[in-house]
Design a protein around this ligand. Structure first.
Ligand SMILES: Nc1ncnc2c1ncn2[C@@H]1O[C@H](COP(=O)(O)OP(=O)(O)OP(=O)(O)O)[C@@H](O)[C@H]1O
Length: 304
């Protein structure tokens, strides 16, 4: 039987988090595990609690929620031997989906976690990111983006209505009205991409934004990042290409390129276009460019 630190996001899945969290606790206790509740009123407070508990001899950290909770868990256990269990109960479960983990099914998630505890878990890549001039880094496991979608995400976070995906549609309309192409300089292992552009996404996993297949060939255990860049679309072009991205069709567009690298320096280039929006990774705000991101092969152990 294991000693598990469980972090629940009460707001995940449109407010269903508390109920799902209670079901996870009950299921783990029923199966004889010791459960330590590490949930807190905010993401930052929950991260701090989980970090503190991680050094007290837990067998795993288990997060309950969406991609934001996977982000939290990754930032606690990446580059350590402590494994991460995921009970996917968010509105966006892109990382769980990419890993083939159950979604919205507590019993199946608990079985997957126990399977991982018994078999030792699965190693996947994690990505460190931070300002190039400082050594401070945070981790992500899904996709980092500093393109148009990041501007939409930031705008949606300032809105209180409507709820769910309708909020993103409203934010998209608002951002499209003021959209001008951004100026980028991206320095990869073997190439430099300097261009006006609409999209710059650094993908460790193939899907983000609640099902957008941004980097169809990205693998979470290949030691590589798939960098998806798109040239300067018009507003009409954005509207034309965006819906196809849910099926990964955008990569066929001549203005879209997919590059591969282990390390990438993302910088604004004001000569080429507007300052790109602050980056989001796993749906959480990271910060403005410049940013340096680097993949760490096998740095995260996931149960399941
Ligand atoms: N007590 C809390 N613990 C953790 N995260 C919280 C808490 N309260 C609010 N949040 C917020 O919840 C967001 C993450 O939600 P998560 O990804 O787990 O679920 P979700 O339903 O998929 O969310 P969304 O679709 O809104 O991104 C974070 O941005 C975080 O700031």
């Amino acid at each position: 039987m294991s000693r598990l630190g469980v972090v629940v996001n009460p707001t995940a899945g449109r407010g269903r988090g508390t109920r799902v969290g209670a079901a996870v606790h009950a299921a783990l206790l029923r199966r004889g595990h010791t459960v330590e509740d590490l949930s807190a009123p905010s993401l930052a407070a929950a991260t701090a609690r989980a970090r503190h508990a991680a050094v007290t001899g837990l067998d795993a950290i288990v997060v309950v929620g969406g991609d934001g909770m996977v982000h939290l868990g990754s930032n606690v256990v990446a580059d350590t031997e402590l494994p991460l269990g995921i009970v996917a109960g968010g509105t966006g479960n892109d990382v769980a989906r990419a890993l083939g983990l159950p979604q919205g099914d507590v019993e199946a998630s608990v079985r997957a976690i126990e399977h991982g505890l018994a078999r030792g878990g699965r190693r996947i890549d994690a990505v460190s990111v931070g300002p190039p001039e400082h050594s401070a880094r945070e981790w992500f496991v899904g996709v980092l983006s500093c393109g148009f979608d990041a501007a939409v995400n930031a705008r949606a976070n300032t809105m209180t209505w409507p709820r769910g995906s309708a909020r993103y549609v409203r934010a998209l309309g608002a951002e499209l009205g003021r959209f001008v192409p951004y100026g980028y300089k991206l320095t990869l292992d073997d190439a430099v991409w300097e261009s006006a552009g609409t999209l710059a996404a650094v993908a460790n996993s193939p899907v983000f934004g609640g099902g957008i297949r941004i980097a169809t060939d990205a693998r979470m255990d290949d030691g590589l990042l798939d960098v998806v860049v798109a040239g300067p679309f018009t507003k009409a072009g954005v509207l034309q290409v965006f819906p196809g991205a849910y099926r990964g069709r955008h990569v066929r567009h001549p203005a879209v390129q997919v590059l591969r690298t282990r390390r990438i320096l993302l910088e604004p280039d004001p000569r080429l276009g507007a300052i790109p929006p602050a980056a989001f990774a796993d749906g959480e705000r990271v910060g403005p460019l410049p940013l340096l991101a680097e993949v760490h092969p096998g740095a995260l152990t996931v149960l399941g």
